[in-house]
Design a binder for this molecule. Structure first.
Ligand SMILES: C=C(O[C@@H]1C=C(C(=O)O)C=C[C@H]1O)C(=O)O
Length: 91
C-alpha cells in the first residue's frame, strides 16, 4: 500500500544524508578557520540570513515555519559538531 511512497522517501533520504555529510565536512572547514582566528562558533546574523535564504527557495510558502524549524535544528547540530571538532583538535 505505501511501498511506492516509502521507496521515494528512501531515495530522498539517501540524497539528504549525502548532502548532510557534505554540509558537515564544510562546517568542519569553518570550525578550523574560526579556531585559527579566535572567532565565536555562533553567528546569529548569519543564521538569520540562512533561514531567510532557504525560505526564499520554497515553492510552497506554507512550509516556511517548518523549514525554519528544520534549519534551526540543522544549525544547532552544526554548532555542536564545531564544538566537538574544536575540542578534539585541541586535545
Ligand atoms: C557554519 C557556521 O557556524 C554556525 C553554524 C551555521 C550553519 O550551520 O549554517 C551558521 C552560523 C553559525 O552560527 C558559520 O558561521 O558559517
Amino acid at each position: 500500500m505505501l511501498e511506492k511512497q516509502r521507496a521515494t522517501i528512501d531515495r530522498i533520504d539517501r540524497e539528504l544524508v549525502k548532502l548532510f555529510e557534505e554540509r558537515t565536512k564544510t562546517v568542519e572547514e569553518v570550525a578550523e578557520i574560526k579556531l585559527e582566528n579566535n572567532m565565536e562558533i555562533l553567528d546569529s546574523g548569519r543564521e538569520a540570513v540562512v533561514i531567510e535564504k532557504v525560505q526564499s527557495y520554497l515553492e510552497d510558502d506554507s512550509l516556511k515555519g517548518e523549514l525554519a524549524d528544520l534549519y534551526e535544528n540543522i544549525m544547532r547540530i552544526s554548532r555542536g559538531h564545531q564544538q566537538e571538532w574544536m575540542s578534539k583538535r585541541n586535545s
